[in-house]
Design a protein around this ligand. Structure first.
Ligand SMILES: Cc1cc2nc3c(=O)[nH]c(=O)nc-3n(C[C@H](O)[C@H](O)[C@H](O)COP(=O)(O)O)c2cc1C
Length: 323
């Protein structure tokens, strides 16, 4: 089974990816970058160049992601990605955000299967790269996926990454595992599972049901990988833990967090944006520490300076309580 870091806009920045790679990179086969979108004036903005340039992603197998419903724009952005040396990129057909969906992009594009078909047709006629798709099951109802899958089957996608929810669910409710199973029985390429993997046990249950060695039906394909997003922010060593059973130590988590803080300090102006970034990480990481630390976690949330943040965060990571 391969393991991938999911793209999380605003969170899995190059700073985050480098920190994960340095402390917990073992077992991570691919890192997916958050989406980039086309602009009239430039192919890539300075901010996007900064995130994707090879100097900021040394030793990391990075897969950029593009989100647009205009296929010519995909090929225009592809030219810049090829110049950077990327041979593969991913198309976002899953973003549920209102502003994205209202423009017919991300998961909003799934409401127009014929449009998706024309889009992929154009891209596969013109691309010089390997192209994968990250998709939801549809806009409103999982049943929409049967038609979408027929379309995906027409093209030589590098991989089809499935987050088995519909747009209407955003990240709520349960992934539709029955429809995921349908996909594994009816897709003829390489398939990756994504959604709600939070611990080694979650990964093992996907692996035993859909991975190599699983009791599959005739014609059903093996899931070749698992992509994990929020689970890694909550537990940065999760993939290493899954693949080598080696759990994160307190020291490793602390060094990881300090690397994030120091590297963000080096590129952001002033401590407030850095404090904001660290608090965002703790929105997920805090969940790994339970009730015993509610006072300390509240102190992180309320911290007005990095010094206040650091002393509260240290207590949580090293298991000490505010007296
Ligand atoms: C804050 C946030 C930002 C996200 N940004 C992206 C993105 O840029 N591109 C994308 O394909 N998915 C994005 N996603 C979706 C995740 O990649 C992933 O599909 C989703 O979180 C489910 O997987 P998980 O349960 O392992 O987190 C985002 C999700 C969250 C919560």
């Amino acid at each position: 089974m391969k393991y991938y870091l999911a793209p999380l806009e605003g969170i899995t920045t190059y700073v985050f990816r480098n920190a994960v790679h340095e402390y917990f990179g073992e077992g991570i086969d691919k890192y997916f970058a958050p989406f980039i979108m086309p602009y009239e004036k430039h192919i890539l903005t300075n901010k996007e160049e900064n995130q994707l340039c090879p100097e900021h992603n040394v030793g990391i197998n990075l897969i950029p992601q593009i989100m647009t419903s205009v296929p010519k724009e995909v090929i225009r952005i592809e030219s810049a990605l090829l110049e950077y040396g990327y041979e593969e990129y991913n198309l976002n057909l899953g973003c549920p955000s209102g502003t994205v969906v209202s423009k017919g992009r991300g998961a909003g594009f799934l409401a127009d299967p014929e449009g998706v078909d024309r889009y992929l047709d154009y891209i596969f006629e013109h691309t010089k790269a390997k192209v994968s798709v990250k998709t939801r099951l549809g806009m409103y109802d999982s049943e929409e996926f049967a038609e979408l899958l027929e379309i995906y089957n027409k093209y030589p996608l590098e991989e089809l990454i499935i987050h088995p929810r519909v747009r209407e669910q955003f990240y709520n409710g349960q992934p539709d595992m029955a429809m995921y199973e349908y996909a594994t029985c009816n897709y003829n390429g390489s398939i990756i599972y994504n959604g709600d993997v939070r611990c080694a046990k979650d990964a093992q249950s996907i692996e035993s049901r859909f991975g190599e060695g699983a009791d599959l039906k005739e014609g059903q394909i093996t899931t070749s990988g698992i992509m994990i997003g929020r689970g890694i922010v909550a537990s940065p060593g999760l993939i290493r833990n899954i693949t080598s059973k080696e759990k994160e130590t307190c020291e490793e988590i602390w060094d990881f967090l300090e690397k994030l803080r120091i590297d963000y300090m080096a590129i952001m102006s002033g401590e407030m944006p850095v404090l904001h970034k660290m608090k965002e990480i703790w929105c997920y990481l805090g969940g790994s520490y339970g009730e015993n630390f509610s006072k300390e976690l509240k102190a992180i949330k309320k911290a007005k300076t990095l010094a206040q943040y650091t002393s509260a965060a240290r207590m949580v990571v090293f298991g000490q309580n505010i007296s």
